[in-house]
Design a protein around this ligand. Structure first.
Ligand SMILES: Cc1cc2nc3c(=O)[nH]c(=O)nc-3n(C[C@H](O)[C@H](O)[C@H](O)COP(=O)(O)O)c2cc1C
Length: 444
C-alpha cells in the first residue's frame, strides 16, 4: 500500500482490521505502576489518541483467570495470591491479585498491550489471552532494569536481535494475524546510528506495523536529555518498510509533539513522565491546554474510584501528580482510604464524590470497611482446617473439587467476579488493563 506524506509517496504496511494505525497519534507510554487502568482512562479523557498498558510479563499473565467485573465494567486477569499463607489455595486471607485490568467500553480499540518476554512461545501464549480485547501487542525491548534484562527481556533483547525478531515473527503470525491486530516493538538507541539502523531494518522485516524509538541508550538514566540525532534515520528506515515510527523521550505536550514530528519526520509521539505528572498534556492548547494539577487530580481520583483502583496505586500516582510543596500533598500522604482522601482534599461536601468514595472503600475493604486481620493463632488454625478439607476432597473427588471446596472456605469469589464469556465481537468493540504490585515493581 502506498500513501502520500508531505508531498512524497511512501510505502505503508496494511493495518489489520481490528488494529490501529500509529500514524498521526500522540500516545500514552507504557508505564509500570503509572499506566494502570485509571491513568489510561484519564489520558484518553484529555485527548490521548492511544494508550499503552504497563509492561506485563508473559509468565505473569499465563495461568490467570479472566473475569468480568459487573461493578467496574472491567475485564480482569487475575490470580490468587497467598499473602504468606502456607496453603495459598484455600486460605480465606488470600486475595485475587489483578495482573491486568482493562476497561473494554472506555478504552475500546485504543489500548495496546505491552508484553515483557524473552521467548516466542510464552509470548504467544500470554498475548493470545488479551488479543481480542486490545488493538495491538507491543514488545518491550527497552527496559534497562536488571529484573528484565537478567531474564533476557527488555533491553537485553537489543543484544539478541535474532531472538527479538523471532518473538515478533511468532506474534505476527500466531496472534496478530488470527486476531487481525498489529504487533509493534519499543526499542532504545544503540551506540551508533549504523547499529540502530541495522537493528531497525531487521525488526521492520518481521511483519510489525509500528516501532517506537525511546531516544536514549540503555545505560542512560531518565533524567539525561533524550538524544534525537538518530531519529530521522530511524524514521526513514521504518518508512522504507512502510512501518509507522513513534518517537519517545522528553516530549511534554501535544503541541510540542506535533512540532517534533514535523522536525524529525516521525509519524507520532509517545509521552511518559509528563503524562504521569499531568495527563492533560494530551490536550492541545487550542482546546484548553494543560489543566491545573487540582483539576487533573480530581478527575483522576474520580476515575480511580469508578474502576475501584487499588488504593496503593492511586496514592502512588497522586504522589506524582500533586506538587510536593502543596499542603494537599502532605494531607494526601496521611490518608488510608478514598473516604479519607476526599475529606483531606476538601471535597467531602460534594455528595456524589463522598458517596462514590464510600462505595469504593466498601468494595476494596479499606478505611472504615477494613476487615480485622487474622491473628497468627487464627491463621494457623484455619490453615490446619483447610488443609484437612482439601486432603479429604482430593482423596475422594480429585483435585478440582478440592479446589472448589477450598473456595467455599475462601468465600472470596462471588457472582461479581464470575467468569466472563463475552461475545468476541462485543469484546472487540470495547477495549483493555493493570499489573500486580509485585510484577509492577519488578518490571519497571
Ligand atoms: C514510572 C515509569 C514506568 C515505566 N514503565 C515502562 C514499561 O512498562 N515499559 C516500557 O517500555 N517503558 C517503560 N517506561 C519508560 C517510558 O515508557 C518511556 O520510554 C520513558 O519514560 C521516556 O519517555 P519520557 O521522556 O516521556 O518520560 C517507564 C517509565 C516510567 C517513568
Amino acid at each position: 500500500m502506498l500513501r502520500r506524506i508531505m508531498g512524497s509517496i511512501t510505502k505503508q504496511v496494511p493495518i489489520p482490521k481490528n488494529g490501529v494505525d500509529y500514524r498521526g497519534k500522540i500516545v500514552l507510554a507504557p508505564m509500570v505502576r503509572s499506566g494502570e487502568c485509571p491513568s489510561r482512562l484519564i489520558a484518553l479523557k484529555y485527548g490521548a489518541d492511544l494508550v499503552w498498558g504497563p509492561e506485563t510479563i508473559d509468565k505473569a499473565m499465563i495461568g490467570t483467570t479472566r473475569t468480568f467485573n459487573e461493578q467496574t465494567k472491567t475485564v480482569d486477569f487475575s490470580r490468587l495470591s497467598s499473602n504468606g499463607s502456607k496453603n495459598p489455595l484455600i486460605n480465606p486471607d488470600q486475595k485475587e491479585s489483578i495482573i491486568y485490568r482493562l476497561h473494554p467500553e472506555r478504552e475500546g480499540k485504543r489500548l495496546i498491550y505491552q508484553i515483557g518476554t524473552a521467548d516466542p512461545e510464552t509470548a504467544v501464549e500470554a498475548a493470545s489471552l488479551v488479543a481480542k480485547y486490545v488493538a495491538g501487542i507491543d514488545v518491550n525491548a527497552g527496559c534497562p532494569k536488571p529484573f528484565s534484562t537478567t531474564g533476557g527481556m527488555g533491553a537485553a533483547l537489543l543484544k539478541t536481535p535474532e531472538k527479538l525478531c523471532s518473538i515478533l515473527r511468532a506474534l505476527v503470525k500466531e496472534v496478530g494475524e488470527p486476531n487481525e491486530i498489529g504487533i509493534s516493538v519499543k526499542i532504545r538507541l544503540l551506540d551508533t546510528p549504523e547499529e540502530t539502523q541495522s537493528l531497525v531494518r531487521q525488526l521492520c522485516a518481521t511483519g510489525i506495523t509500528g516501532l517506537t524509538l525511546h531516544c536514549r541508550t540503555t545505560p542512560m538514566r531518565p533524567r539525561e536529555r533524550a538524544i534525537r540525532a538518530q531519529l530521522k534515520i530511524v524514521a526513514d528506515t521504518c518508512h522504507e518498510a512502510g512501518v509507522a515510527c513513534l518517537m519517545n523521550g522528553d516530549v511534554t505536550s501535544r503541541d510540542e509533539a506535533y512540532k517534533l514530528m514535523e522536525e524529525y519526520g516521525v509519524d507520532g509521539a509517545m509521552i511518559a513522565t509528563a503524562a504521569e505528572t499531568n495527563p492533560s498534556c494530551f490536550r492541545a492548547e487550542a482546546d484548553g491546554g494543560i489543566a491545573s494539577w487540582e483539576e487533573a487530580v480530581k478527575e483522576y481520583v474520580k476515575i480511580s474510584m469508578e474502576v475501584e483502583n487499588r488504593w496503593g496505586n492511586t496514592k502512588y500516582l497522586l504522589g506524582q501528580m500533586i506538587p510536593g510543596k502543596q499542603p494537599a500533598y502532605k494531607a494526601m500522604t496521611r490518608t488510608k482510604s478514598y473516604g479519607e482522601l476526599v475529606e483531606a482534599l476538601g471535597w467531602g461536601k460534594e455528595p456524589e464524590l463522598a458517596e462514590l468514595a464510600k462505595k469504593t472503600d466498601e468494595a476494596l475493604e479499606i478505611g472504615a470497611f477494613e476487615k480485622p486481620k487474622l491473628t497468627k493463632a487464627e491463621r494457623k488454625k484455619l490453615n490446619k482446617e483447610s488443609a484437612k478439607l482439601a486432603a479429604q476432597s482430593n482423596e475422594t473427588n480429585g483435585s478440582q473439587e478440592g479446589k472448589e471446596a477450598a473456595q467455599v472456605v475462601g468465600q472470596k469469589r462471588s457472582a461479581e467476579t464470575a467468569e466472563l464469556e463475552m461475545p468476541a465481537d462485543a469484546a472487540r468493540e470495547m477495549g483493555p488493563a493493570t499489573v500486580p504490585e509485585k510484577a509492577s515493581v519488578l518490571a519497571v
